[in-house]
Ligand binder design. Structure first.
Ligand code: MN
Length: 498
């Protein structure tokens, strides 16, 4: 993949495009300091080192993150690699930029050392995120550029970095709803981790685009006409091609039967508001017959990461099957940039994503501030803690479970699976046996010991279960136990048989 090398002027240009009255002087100063600090350093690609922080800053500016974050992107490698001290940064760029750079530098010390350190790494990422989620955005942009220039690294390093991205970074990007970032990270590391499969899927895609491209273009034209007739002048229609790793995953799921994957190429319609989304769906269904069971309303029922859109698959002209995805501009930006998109909204009135527990917090802060003067500035100075009142704990395998502050092992067990909760007999926190009412902390590793002979949860757990989910499950299960006990009694087995 050819590397695109950005200059400072190009960075300034994207900033001017994406920001109102940007403080370009701040960026210029950050750039000049980084350039002189990294003077003479070269990357393995042969380019001057400054091309790397420039690429990172460019990505952050494309995502529309605040200028302090972009400046920190420019400076993210100076503490570790050059003689610059944190105090110098603080004096020149202020506390916020300095502390962002400091956090990124600390996070860098986390190195992937195989599966056994996986939990450790996940934990550090999430803790960093919990203190300031913007640090993770910088880390993503850093990693993305490292992947884009991975070809210059020795093979063992390629494998290590690609594996780390696939196992840690991509899933976290997904969790934050950053579809674009996740897709880019996955496709880039896929090419190194499974080169043969990557090539196979790439060819499938190439053939598909060749065969169906012209047809989809005609469908797009027809759709545009339908839109014009309906007076939806603001709507935009695009073709979208599935990401390679995502196609690979789907093909694997369907036993490599390409005919079962309807969205290799899809048509995406971006409209003004939710009402128009449903209106558009009606217009499409009038023109083309929908495939039964393929209409998905992710607006009424968003995916767990907050994704919202209407999907439908129709028999297009000549009976060809085409998937349509309909969404508003906000939904689109959220699907592409996820949490980062929240920073892009300058105006009030955006509907925050529902069903996304840890995003609700941010939404609440937004709502609170939306009406006030200097909304963005306040958002900045708040040093938003998106994960306030949430904790992140881990399964022994390193899966992350987020729970409300004050949650106990009982909440954890039911968050994993109700059977785990029902059969829980003991719990270990960080490898030590603990009481069921122990309050969990971010970073704890929880191991639930189950007893398959156990009949159900202890009703006493209701006294300290924090989540509604756990409480309902306990109530349910206890009800069943009483019922079971009653029916046992009626069948003459008696209570003591239990
Ligand atoms: Mn870097």
């Amino acid at each position: 993949m050819p590397e695109i090398v950005h200059t400072f002027d190009e960075l300034a240009e994207v900033v001017r495009r994406n920001y109102r009255n940007p403080d370009l002087d701040l960026l210029r100063r950050a750039h000049d300091l980084a350039a002189s600090a990294h003077e003479g350093e070269k990357r393995l690609t042969g380019h001057a080192f400054i091309t790397h922080p420039l690429a990172v800053a460019y990505k952050l500016a494309e995502m529309g993150l605040s200028l302090n974050v972009v400046a920190a992107g420019l400076l993210h490698d100076v503490i570790e690699d050059t003689g610059i001290e944190l105090d110098d940064l603080r004096a020149q760029f202020g506390d916020d930029v300095a502390s962002l750079v400091d956090s990124v530098t600390k996070l860098k010390k986390v190195q992937y050392q195989g599966v056994e350190r996986y939990v450790e790494n996940m934990r550090k990422m999430f803790l960093a995120m919990a203190s300031d989620v913007r640090v993770v955005f910088i880390k993503f942009a850093d990693r993305l550029h490292n992947l884009q220039t991975l070809y210059a690294q020795p093979e063992h390093k390629q494998q290590r970095i690609a594996r780390e991205v696939m196992d840690i970074y991509a899933p976290i990007a997904g969790r934050l709803g950053m579809g674009e970032m996740k897709g880019e990270l996955e496709d880039l590391s896929f090419a190194y981790l499974q080169p043969k499969e990557y090539e196979r899927v790439r060819r499938i895609m190439e053939t598909r685009v060749r065969e169906k491209g012209a047809y989809v273009s005609r469908m797009i034209e027809r759709t545009e006409k339908l839109l014009a007739e309906a007076g939806a002048v603001e709507a935009q229609v695009h073709g979208r091609v599935k990401r390679l790793f995502s196609l690979y995953r789907k093909l694997t799921k369907y036993g490599n039967d390409l005919s079962k994957v309807y969205d290799v190429i899809a048509v995406r319609i971006i409209v003004g508001d939710v009402e128009q989304c449903y209106g558009m769906l009606g217009i499409l269904h009038q023109a083309w017959k929908p495939l039964p069971g393929r209409i998905k309303d992710y607006i009424a029922q968003p995916k767990p990461n907050g994704y919202q859109s209407l999907h439908t698959t129709v028999f297009g002209d000549d009976g060809e099957i085409v998937e349509f995805q309909i969404r508003t501009r906000e939904m689109h930006e959220l699907a592409e940039y996820g949490l980062a998109a929240h920073w892009r909204y300058k105006e009030a009135g955006m509907k925050p994503t529902e069903n996304l527990l840890w995003m609700e917090e941010l939404a609440a802060i937004q709502k609170e501030l939306a009406g006030k003067e200097g909304f963005l500035e306040q958002l900045e100075s708040l040093k938003i803690d998106v994960f306030k009142d949430r904790i992140f704990v881990f399964t022994p395998k390193g899966d992350v479970i987020d729970l409300p502050d004050g949650a106990t092992p009982v909440d954890f067990a039911f968050a994993i699976h109700s059977e785990i909760g029902n059969k829980m007999s003991q719990v270990k926190i960080n490898e030590r046996l603990a009481n069921m009412d122990t309050v969990l902390h971010s970073g704890d590793i929880i191991e639930v010991v189950t007893d398959r002979n156990r009949k159900g949860p202890n009703p006493d757990w209701l006294k300290f279960a924090r989540t509604r989910h756990a409480r309902e499950k306990i109530k349910d299960a206890t009800k069943h136990t009483v019922k079971g006990w009653l029916s046992d009694m009626l069948r003459g087995k008696g209570a003591e048989a239990r």
